[in-house]
Structure formats: structure tokens, C-alpha cells
Design a protein around this ligand. Structure first.
Ligand SMILES: N[C@@H](CCC(=O)N[C@@H](CS)C(=O)NCC(=O)O)C(=O)O
Length: 203
């Protein structure tokens, strides 16, 4: 899909994951820098397309805006099928692919937030919160990648990009359970050992 895309971006944010995906699919894109200060020059334009004012936000050439990192990743995987980062729609493998993308957003993200930002608070009730416990979330990913290199088996997919980015972020910020887990560390090393990942890290 040859079109020029626009990514509202800050190098110290989740937008780096969206940029990694743009690099994976070989998209033609520009970065629109967003500072975290309230009076940032591009904040108004961002709010016009995403009232949350959150990044990443991807804008297509027709003006359609997509926010939420996993939605951006999923859209790009489908829009650039030649990159082969998602199983075809309707195939059995598409199910686990969705499962891991949504697991990233609805389990890994909030579990990480709970463990990293509410260290001194008692854990939320595991039968009520969608992610159960942080320990269960990590063990679930660990189990999946201990017998095969990637979440869907032998082939890297966009789900690995999103799940791997979350775990990599946790490790970078010194989250002790991810850091101490060799299976997860090896997985992160495997999924980030890619030229597109390295390009996405440049400032
Ligand atoms: N649910 C969103 C979260 C996006 C998000 O919270 N982004 C942060 C940066 S990592 C942000 O834009 N913070 C600035 C703000 O809230 O004003 C996603 O998955 O992309």
C-alpha cells in the first residue's frame, strides 16, 4: 500500500513500537515530534485527530487516524501483506495471532503498569482484573516461547513485535521478574535482533 503515513512520535514513548512496525513493513512515513509539555507546538494537531492526545497516533493519507499501539500494528500488518507479519484472515493461526496481540494490550500492559507503578499497593483481586496476576501473565508468555522461538511457532509475527516490545520495555526499566527470567530475556533478544528494530531505535 504505497501511501505516506504520519506518526505522532516521541522517542521515549510507546510510539517507538509503532515505528518499529513501520520499519518492519517498509512503510513510507514521517515522524511528527510530540513533547510531553502541555504547550508543545504539535499537541493541538494531535488532539484534533485523537482527543486523548496520546501517542502513538498514526494518520493515513486520507486523514484516518489510528491510535492504540496494537491497533496500529494490526492495521500495518494487514495493509502491507508482503511483509508477511500476520497469518491470513480466516486461517486457524489467525486466532492465536489475535489472542497474543490482545493479550499484549489487555494483560501484559496493565499487569506491567500495576507491578511497576503501584509497587507498594496490595495486588488487585486476581479473579476480577482481566490479567489475573503479573506472575501468571509472565508465566503464560514464558510457556509459549520456551518450546518454540516465537509465539506462533517458527515464524516471527506482529504479535511478537508487540509482546516483545512490552517485555523489552519492562527489562529496560529494570523490572526484576522479567530481568531474572532467562526464557523471557532470550525471547526479547531474539525478537529485537532485527534491522527494523535497530532502525526504530535511532533518535
Ligand atoms: N493505549 C495507548 C497508550 C498510549 C500512551 O499512554 N502513550 C503515552 C506515552 S507512552 C502518552 O501519549 N502520554 C502523553 C499524555 O498522556 O499526554 C497505546 O497502547 O498506544
Amino acid at each position: 500500500m504505497p501511501e505516506r503515513l504520519k506518526l505522532y512520535f516521541n522517542p521515549r514513548s510507546r510510539a517507538v513500537t509503532a515505528r518499529w512496525m513501520l520499519e518492519e513493513v517498509g512503510a513510507d512515513y514521517e515522524l511528527v515530534p510530540i513533547g510531553f509539555e502541555a504547550d508543545d507546538a504539535n499537541k493541538q494537531a494531535l488532539r484534533a485527530v485523537n482527543r486523548m492526545g496520546k501517542i502513538p497516533t498514526l494518520v493515513l493519507s486520507d486523514g484516518t487516524a489510528i491510535s492504540e499501539t496494537p491497533a496500529i500494528i494490526a492495521w500495518l500488518a494487514d495493509a502491507y501483506p508482503e511483509a508477511a507479519l500476520a497469518p491470513a484472515v480466516g486461517t486457524p493461526e489467525r486466532g492465536p495471532y489475535y489472542r497474543w496481540l490482545f493479550f499484549g494490550g489487555s494483560c501484559i500492559e496493565p499487569a506491567l503498569t500495576e507491578t511497576m507503578m503501584r509497587k507498594d499497593a496490595p495486588p488487585l483481586p486476581k479473579t476480577s482484573v482481566g490479567w489475573g496476576t503479573y506472575e501468571d501473565v509472565l508465566a503464560t508468555v514464558e510457556e509459549a516461547v520456551s518450546t518454540s522461538p516465537y509465539l506462533l511457532g517458527e515464524r516471527f509475527s506482529a504479535a511478537d513485535l508487540y509482546v516483545g516490545a512490552g517485555l523489552s520495555f519492562a527489562g529496560m526499566f529494570g523490572e526484576p521478574q522479567v530481568k531474572a527470567n532467562k526464557v523471557l530475556q532470550d525471547y526479547v533478544a531474539r525478537v529485537t535482533d532485527r534491522d527494523a528494530y535497530r532502525r526504530s531505535q535511532s533518535q
